[in-house]
Design a protein around this ligand. Structure first.
Ligand code: NAD
Length: 303
């Protein structure tokens, strides 16, 4: 008979980097990975690094299962190089560090856009880029990017944050396609949880029902070797987990070069969402357009 312990998912010998691990969601993720046996590398701006001799490969071989790297996750490449120097491998990247700027578009500045692109998009891109060759060599890797409902749907005061967070969705889908043959799975989470970041954004009676710990199992499962899912975006809040679906309505073929009035007259049908299809890649999206052409079968397109 299988015992509960045998069924438990563990991360023994797996090196997991969690950025933004000092508090909030990152803290909850780090704790769960630690409890399940991972060799955890935490990063945060305000993290305290232990003295140098405690963070060597020989130390890892004996007892150390926890490493701390101070500094900005914007330097994702340098961060991953440190992880590789400390542990010799990297299995999972949980790219979670970040902050919010809440300002209407009329008042938002380009400097803020750069700040948010740096922390939410550039840092994770650099970390993934630096880890990629090691993951390809290992034939194994898990990358978790962190988007937001504001990145998916938009939100008042979130123009720069939304732009940065939405960039991660395209990055997730493309890296999932490129990583497939190397055993690298890439997914994205859009959490909602009470934290320093969301304080003042979430109404208090709802916030108290949204502990950061409620997101941790999703993130850990996506990193586990037994998970085979890639290229997906999951939303999670207070114990509910849902998959974001890239869905396009059937649309309408109006001839190769539709005229302006034809677009006007077909506007309702163009927007009709009663039927649609899920898309898995840009090639899939193109082929489905081609399949609407009257002569699609002559082109050998059949989706
Ligand atoms: N809390 C939510 O409801 C919510 C919603 C959508 C998205 N998110 C995203 O989840 C992630 C975590 O947010 P949280 O709610 O736990 O916020 P939080 O403020 O509680 O924690 C974020 C952590 O990231 C660290 N950090 C910020 N910039 C950093 C940098 N440059 N380098 C290293 N560490 C840095 C902070 O010091 C902090 O410890 C963020 O990417 C955020 O955008 C959160």
């Amino acid at each position: 008979m299988t015992t509960q312990t045998e069924k438990m998912l563990r991360f023994d010998d797996q090196v997991v980097l969690v950025t933004g691990a000092s508090r909030g969601l990152g803290r909850a993720y780090a704790d769960l990975f630690s409890q399940r046996g991972a060799i955890l590398v935490e990063n945060d701006l305000d993290i305290v690094e232990p003295p140098e001799p405690e963070t060597t490969q020989s130390q890892l071989a004996s007892t150390s299962k926890k490493f701390a790297i101070a500094g900005s996750a914007i330097d994702g490449g340098a961060l991953v190089e440190r992880v590789l120097a400390l542990t010799g491998r990297i299995d999972s990247l949980v790219l979670n560090a970040g902050f919010l700027r809440d300002r209407s578009f009329a008042k938002a500045s380009e400097a803020e856009l750069h700040e948010l692109l740096d922390v939410h998009l550039m840092g994770p891109w650099r970390a993934a880029k630096a880890a990629w060759p090691a993951m390809v060599k290992q034939g194994f890797g898990r990358i978790i990017f962190t988007t937001s409902p504001a990145g998916l749907y938009g939100g008042f005061g979130q123009s720069a944050y939304s732009a940065a967070k939405a960039g991660l969705i395209g990055l997730t889908r493309t890296l999932a396609i490129e990583g497939e043959k190397h055993g690298i799975l890439v997914n994205c989470v859009a959490p909602l949880a009470a934290s320093r970041l969301s304080m003042g954004v979430l109404p208090p009676p709802i916030a108290e029902r949204l502990p950061p710990e409620s997101i941790a199992a999703l993130v850990a499962f996506l990193c586990h070797p037994s998970c085979t899912t890639s290229g997906q975006v999951y939303e999670a809040a207070g114990g509910t987990i849902a998959r974001q679906i890239m869905h396009r309505n059937l649309g309408l073929h109006l001839g190769q070069i539709p005229n302006l009035e034809a677009v006007r007259d077909a506007w309702q049908a163009i927007n009709d969402a009663s039927q649609g299809e899920d898309l898995v890649s840009s090639t899939d999206a193109l082929l489905r357009f081609v399949s609407r052409w009257p002569d699609a079968s002559h082109l050998g397109v059949n989706v």
